[in-house]
Design a binder for this molecule. Structure first.
Ligand code: SF4
Length: 73
């Protein structure tokens, strides 16, 4: 199983939260973050980063289903 990691650059505000939570998966590139690679092994840290992104700029998906950010329960 592989997840796909996306960051919407025009939504990202460059907070750096994702790079702090998952530094091997997100990298700040100028004022925006970008995934290091789009295809990634499932990792809880990726969901944590998507959940805590202050701009909701991160999407984690498996095939066509969104797995992160997770809905509030
Ligand atoms: S946490 Fe969200 S807003 Fe902050 S750098 Fe990452 S993608 Fe951008």
């Amino acid at each position: 199983m592989t997840w796909k990691l996306d960051v919407t650059p025009d939504v990202c505000i460059g907070s750096g939260v994702c790079a702090a939570l998952a530094p091997d998966r997100h990298r700040l590139d100028g004022v925006h973050a970008r995934p290091v690679t789009r295809g990634v092994e499932p990792d809880e840290a990726l969901l944590d980063a998507a959940d805590t992104c202050p701009a909701m700029a991160i999407t984690v998906s498996e095939r066509r289903a969104v797995v992160g950010p997770r809905p509030w329960s």
